[in-house]
Design a protein around this ligand. Structure first.
Ligand code: SAM
Length: 245
C-alpha cells in the first residue's frame, strides 16, 4: 500500500510549515483537506499543484473509506486540516482510525498545533496537562463537564470559540473557582495576544473588549492558591512535598 501522511499546516503564519511537510504535500498523489479553499491558499503560496479532495465532517464516512481504499491500492495521501495538526479535534481522527483498522501505514509529521503552542507560552505548569478539546457548547453540559474537572491537578487546556468565551469563563469561575488562566488568541497571526491573569481578570478584560478570532484557554490545575482563600498544596512534582501556604 501507499501511506497516509498527517501533514501539519500553519495555524496562522504561513511560514510555520516544515520543509518535510512541503515536500510531502508536493509528492503525495493527492491531498485530503478539510476546506479545500483554505488549503488552496497555502498551496498557491508555495507553488504546490497536487490535486485536492475534500475530507470533512460531513463526508468523513464515505470519503474516509475511499481514501483508505486508494492507499491500499498504492496511492499516498497527505491529510491536512484547516490549521495545525490533523487528527487533533478535527475529522482527521476518524480517518486515522479507519487507516489503522485497515492496516494502512500512517506517518505523522511533527508541526504546529494550537494546543502545544498555547501551553508552551501559558506561563502555567507544562509538565502535565489535560487536553479537553472543545467543551460542550451548551452551558448546562459545559458545567457538567467542568464539574468532572474540578479536582484535576494537571493544567487544563480547551479550545473555545470567541462568542462563547465570556460564558465559558464565567462557568469556569463558578465551577472551578478562581484560578490562573492564559487566554491565547490569534497565535502566530497579526493580532496575536496572550492574556495571563486570574479568571476574574480575564472576564473583566473580555467584557470591555469582546474577543475576536481563535482562542485556546489554558487553566491552572486544582490545588494552587490563586484565589487567596483556600489553603492548598504546592505541586508535588517540584519535590516540595505538602508545603502548606
Ligand atoms: N487540529 C488543530 C490543531 O492541531 O491546532 C485544531 C483544530 S480545532 C478544529 C480549531 C481550534 O484550534 C480553534 O477553534 C481554536 O480554539 C484553536 N486554534 C487554531 N488556531 C489557533 C490560533 N492561531 N490561535 C489560537 N487558537 C487557535
Amino acid at each position: 500500500p501507499g501511506v497516509l501522511y498527517l501533514c501539519p499546516t500553519p495555524i496562522g503564519n504561513l511560514e510555520d510549515i516544515t520543509l518535510r511537510a512541503l515536500r510531502i504535500l508536493k509528492e503525495a498523489d493527492y491531498i485530503a483537506a478539510e476546506d479545500t479553499r483554505v488549503t488552496k491558499r497555502l498551496l498557491n503560496h508555495y507553488g504546490i499543484k497536487t490535486p485536492l479532495v475534500s475530507y470533512r465532517e460531513h463526508n468523513k464516512e464515505q470519503m474516509g473509506r475511499k481514501i483508505v481504499e486508494d492507499i491500499l491500492e498504492g496511492k499516498s495521501v497527505a491529510l491536512v486540516s484547516d490549521a495545525g495538526t490533523p487528527g487533533i479535534s478535527d475529522p482527521g481522527e476518524d480517518l486515522v482510525k479507519k487507516a489503522v483498522d485497515a492496516g494502512v501505514p500512517v506517518v505523522p509529521l511533527p508541526g504546529p498545533s494550537a494546543v502545544i503552542c498555547a501551553v508552551s507560552a501559558s506561563g502555567l505548569s507544562t509538565s502535565k496537562f489535560a487536553f479537553e478539546g472543545f467543551l460542550p457548547q451548551k452551558s448546562a453540559e459545559r458545567r457538567k463537564q467542568l464539574e468532572k474537572l474540578r479536582d484535576e491537578k494537571r493544567t487544563i487546556v480547551v479550545y473555545e470559540a470567541p462568542h462563547r468565551l465570556l460564558k465559558c469563563l464565567s462557568d469556569i469561575r463558578d465551577i472551578l473557582g478562581e484560578r490562573k488562566i492564559a487566554v491565547a488568541r490569534e497565535m502566530t497571526k497579526l493580532h496575536e495576544e496572550f492574556f495571563r491573569g486570574t479568571v476574574s481578570e480575564a472576564i473583566e478584560k473580555f467584557e470591555s473588549t469582546p474577543p475576536k478570532g481563535e482562542i485556546v484557554l489554558v487553566i491552572e490545575g486544582a490545588g494552587f492558591e490563586t484565589g487567596g482563600t483556600r489553603k492548598v498544596e504546592l505541586s508535588e512534582r517540584e519535590g516540595i512535598n505538602k508545603i502548606i501556604l
